[in-house]
Design a protein around this ligand. Structure first.
Ligand SMILES: Cc1ncc(COP(=O)(O)O)c(C=O)c1O
Ligand SMILES: Nc1c(O)cccc1C(=O)C[C@H](N)C(=O)O
Length: 415
């Protein structure tokens, strides 16, 4: 790697930033000089959120107190915020509700999916789960299978079509893999599961807000996802649950709380679920987090997800190019597919000493994360990551791994 090549990459980064139609969005976030490539774990803070949360606390809670459930729209916030998320995941109105954690929504969705399948055919007794899934999904799928009298069948997503049959009740899949960043074929896999007479649940944690998702178009049955990654809702912000409209009357929740009752304030001893997606709720919503999320969603106004996807692919392509230029050959290996159709919005680099390398990167002002046993993970959030950030991240990584490049605070040349 020679100095002219570095100059070339920096000029290219500047030109790409100058031509970036989303570049102005960056100003809507609270950022500093750090290169932040961890928005696939915790999205950055949108600048309007702090003021909105202060207003909720001081005026709505402090001033109006109990009246806010009605007057400030707290009671209906799970559906209202669901309507804001719906267009980001390709869902028409009335199908998304925001509540609880992703883990809890995975549980509701998988059990409800099995119950739907078994209502049609009691012989269906298998739950297929993505074998490489984020651990919580696997743990919950196993428990949901046990509770519904099913056998758990772990499988690589590509192998799922071959495993489907008359015994399949439900299939839980990730749209993008949390570790490798591999994007799975939502259209093809959904069609295969439905053709087998089973129900599919998609986990959108690593795609919602990073690329267009088309739940209605692909005929997805159920979906869940978190809001603190690419949707920037804040630490622990509540998750969402999508229940396709025609399935809502058949959604038999394993957690039938009073908030999902058709008449919550009737305080009736018998449970009668709400007619619509409200039946996905459980108990009292986490209002502070939910309203922080609602404010955070303002950054999506006027944003085209096709533009987001185009920038995400350009950023990840450019990162791979810069890594190839700055990092000594053989020192890292990308485990993220090169094909655009198979790539989410992150790059995962296998690196034998990843556990030691990531803290050095963070100390040098480049924040990604480490995933056991040997992965350096870099998330690219198109609303606030620039091409200059991308070039710098690769250059700092190159320096740390003994190639050409700066070492950040340990040997800085240009901060
Ligand atoms: C694919 C996936 N599912 C679920 C979760 C977590 O869910 P929860 O918000 O309940 O911790 C994560 C990340 O934390 C994830 O990456
Ligand atoms: N939810 C997280 C948390 O509470 C703390 C730290 C990280 C997370 C994450 O979201 C991890 C993330 N799902 C992952 O893909 O690894």
């Amino acid at each position: 790697m020679s100095e002219p090549r570095e100059a070339d990459l920096r000029v290219r980064a500047a030109a790409l930033d100058a031509a970036d139609g989303l570049a102005a969005k960056r100003k809507e976030f609270v950022l500093d000089a750090t290169v932040y490539l961890d928005g696939n774990s915790l999205g950055a803070l949108p600048a309007n959120v702090a003021g909105r949360v202060a207003d909720v606390v001081t005026r709505e809670w402090g001033g109006l107190r109990i009246r806010s459930w009605e007057e400030s729209g707290w009671w209906t916030a799970p559906e209202r915020v669901g309507e804001r998320i719906a267009p980001l995941i390709g869902a028409g109105p009335g199908q998304v509700v925001v509540s609880d954690s992703t883990s809890v929504n995975v549980f509701k969705a998988v059990v409800a999916a099995v119950r739907m399948a078994q209502a049609d055919d009691p012989a269906r007794d298998e739950v297929v789960v993505d074998a490489t899934t984020f651990p919580t999904d696997g743990y919950i799928a196993e428990s949901a299978a046990r509770l519904t009298g099913c056998r758990l069948v772990p499988a690589a997503p590509a192998d799922v079509p071959g495993l489907l049959g008359p015994r399949t009740a439900a299939v839980l899949l990730n749209h993008a893999d949390y570790q490798s960043g591999r994007l799975h074929d939502m259209a093809g896999l959904t069609a295969a599961v439905r053709a087998a007479g089973a129900r599919v649940v998609w986990d959108l944690c690593h795609t919602a807000g990073a690329l267009p998702v088309a739940l209605d178009e692909h005929g997805v049955d159920l979906a869940v996802g978190c809001t603190y990654k690419y949707l920037n809702g804040g630490p622990g912000s509540p998750s969402y649950l999508y229940v396709r409209r025609d399935l809502q009357s058949r959604f038999d929740s394993p957690l039938p709380g009073w908030n999902s009752h058709t008449d919550p304030f009737g305080m009736r001893p018998d449970y009668e679920p709400a007619a619509d997606v409200v039946r996905g709720r459980v108990g009292t919503p986490d209002i502070l987090s939910l309203l922080a999320l609602e404010a955070a969603l303002d950054v999506w106004d006027g944003v085209s997800l096709d533009d987001v996807r185009a920038k995400s692919l350009a950023l990840t392509d450019f990162f791979l190019e810069c890594v190839a230029a700055y990092v000594p050959e053989g020192r890292v290996e990308s485990v993220t597919p090169a094909a655009h159709a198979e790539r989410g919005s992150q790059i995962a680099l296998r690196c034998p000493d990843a556990r030691e390398v990531m803290p050095r990167l963070v100390a040098a002002g480049v924040v990604g994360d480490f995933r056991a046993p040997d992965v350096l993970r870099f998330g690219f959030t198109p609303l606030y990551v620039s091409f200059a950030d991308t070039e710098r991240a690769a250059r700092v990584l190159g320096g740390i791994l003994g190639g050409f490049g700066e070492l950040g605070p340990e040997g800085d040349r240009d901060t």
